[in-house]
Write a protein that binds this ligand. Structure first.
Ligand code: BGC
Length: 521
């Protein structure tokens, strides 16, 4: 049996290319596409704890919270309309990422980013001026459509642009922007919540127009990826672009592989149906399980509801927002660690280390909350040290996520799909991610109310399962050119059985033998 995790022998290819200023700047600009997603994640949790916002749009939640002061803390925020506000966005993102698949493939990655920026801008505008709940929801649907487009296209764009040896680091720029977006949103919430007159929430929501403008302008000035240009028939321009991006003249081998990948890709008539072929089983499995597991780490309980969670465990509103800022800083810092390490230590190491770290922290937080709140949710007086311990372990948990499942949940799918299914498979990745972000956001407050501290054990259980999954089923993808990725499945103890009879002409491309949807070559 080949090694667990199937670290392949490498493909023997080493395309020349440098980390040129051109590619670096391009990737930084593109990665800013993550800001809109992050800003929204951070903003929604914060505004839902702002009293004027609650009073205006979700009066019943506010009244319940006021009345409930000394009773069951676990249930004070449990309201379906309030969660609908947070989670409606994710359903919209789910739908739009499917449309984005076609736009990204046929019209290029840039256009999807442009749509993403424009839709997000419209949503932010409506939200900032919202007068009724329906305006909030319409605004959030538009934001969601924007996020679907951006999350579908930006990670692909980055993985295609980057020289393969730096692909991990450059791709994680996307996650870094997500975390910066979350942090900025948390800081703004903290200050806007203090605005006298209680209209600070309008600034929080409307402020999303700024990151929207950044990605909109970015998408207009960015170059298209050579892969996408070849895919759309601009072969000569693509070669010149590739030389510019790699900073060397000798791009023949990489260029030939890109063209070959594109030729194969053109033979595919039904990218969606194609995904069901046996030889794409490893890819399909990862496109579904990686985002599913990413959300089942429970991270968004912290991201959306950190202020709610912290006030539940006894912090005053202001302190609760402040603690959200602290977790935000940790999130950004730990993402930088993964940028540093991902192409050195590899993906599997980060996944596994992060998993163990999260597991331990979830158990400790469950024990702390359980010990103080018991099952009736009435804590009495909470000592200061107790709050500090909880925040500390939540921070260590966030760090574990931020250098493992956070960035890798976007990086790994974007680098393992062959071109012919890349866009469709990436849409599945985004849709599944959004579906479970929605599910977690929608049921979290109810789960907290019913499972109480056991909620943290629920997520801990999944962290255990996903770590075992990574150990046995996820091959290492560090340092392998993306058009060569087929090799990692071929040498894997389990996945090889699905791709055994797949040829690798062109050095690494998977070409089916008479599979359906693919014409004879
Ligand atoms: C996830 C988000 C999460 C964020 C936290 C992202 O990778 O997809 O759901 O809120 O990381 O930093």
């Amino acid at each position: 049996m080949p090694a667990v995790g199937g670290i392949g022998p490498g493909t023997g290819k080493a395309y020349p290319g440098n980390l040129t200023p051109f590619v670096t700047v391009t990737c930084i600009v593109a990665a800013m596409g993550g800001l809109i997603f992050g800003y929204d994640i951070g903003i929604s949790g914060g505004v839902t704890t702002m009293t004027p916002f609650l009073k205006k749009f979700f009066r019943s939640v506010w009244e319940k919270k006021e009345a409930d002061k000394s009773k069951n803390q676990y249930c004070q925020y449990d309201s379906q309309t309030l969660t609908m506000f947070t989670s409606s966005l994710y359903l919209a993102a789910l739908l739009s990422s499917i449309v984005a698949s076609t736009v990204t493939r046929r019209l290029g990655r840039k256009l999807s980013m442009l749509f993403g920026g424009l839709l997000f801008f419209a949503g932010a505008l409506i939200n900032g001026f919202a007068k009724a709940v329906w305006m909030l929801i319409v605004g959030r649907l538009l934001l969601g459509f924007g996020i679907g487009f951006a999350n579908q296209s930006v990670p692909l764009y980055l993985s295609e642009m980057a020289p393969y040896r730096f692909r991990g680091a450059l791709n994680i720029g996307f996650q870094l922007s997500i975390t910066i977006g979350i942090l900025i949103a948390n800081v703004l919430n903290y200050f806007f919540a203090k605005i006298k007159g209680g209209w600070g929430w309008r600034l929080s929501l409307g402020g999303a127009m700024v990151p929207a403008l950044i990605i909109t302008i970015g998408s207009l000035v960015l170059p298209d990826t050579p892969n996408s240009m070849i895919e759309r028939g601009q072969t000569e321009e693509a070669k010149a672009k590739l030389k510019r991006i790699r900073g060397v003249d000798d791009v023949e081998e990489e260029f030939r592989d890109l063209v070959a990948a594109s030729e194969t890709s053109k033979l595919i008539e039904h990218p969606w149906r194609n995904l069901l072929q046996r030889k794409y089983r490893p890819h399909l499995t990862m496109a579904i399980l990686i985002p599913f597991f990413q959300q089942l780490t429970g991270i968004n309980v912290i991201m959306f509801y950190a202020p709610v969670l912290f006030s539940t465990i006894g912090f005053k509103d202001d302190n609760a927002l402040m603690s959200a800022v602290i977790t935000g800083v940790v999130n950004v810092g730990a993402t930088v660690v993964s940028i540093y390490g991902v192409d050195k230590w590899g993906r599997r190491f980060l996944f596994l280390e992060g998993g163990v770290q999260m597991l331990i922290c979830q158990a400790v937080v469950a024990a702390c909350i359980g010990a103080k709140f018991g099952i009736n949710g009435n804590p009495g007086d909470l000592p200061k040290w107790y709050a500090i311990v909880v925040v500390l372990f939540i921070c260590i948990y966030v760090a574990g996520f931020a250098w493992s499942w956070g960035p890798l949940g976007w990086l790994v799918p974007s680098e393992i799909f062959p071109l012919e299914i890349r866009s469709a498979a990436q849409s599945i990745n985004v849709s599944v991610n959004m579906l479970f972000t929605f599910a977690v956001a929608q049921v979290f407050l109810t789960m907290l109310c019913h499972l109480k501290f056991g909620l943290f054990l629920f997520f801990a259980f999944f962290v255990l399962i996903m770590s075992v999954f990574v150990y046995y089923f996820l091959p290492e993808t560090k340092g392998i050119p993306i058009e060569e990725m087929g090799q990692v499945w071929k040498t894997h103890w389990y996945w090889s059985r699905f791709v055994e009879d797949v040829d690798y002409p062109n050095g690494g491309m998977e070409m089916g033998k008479g599979g359906q949807g693919i014409k004879d070559v």
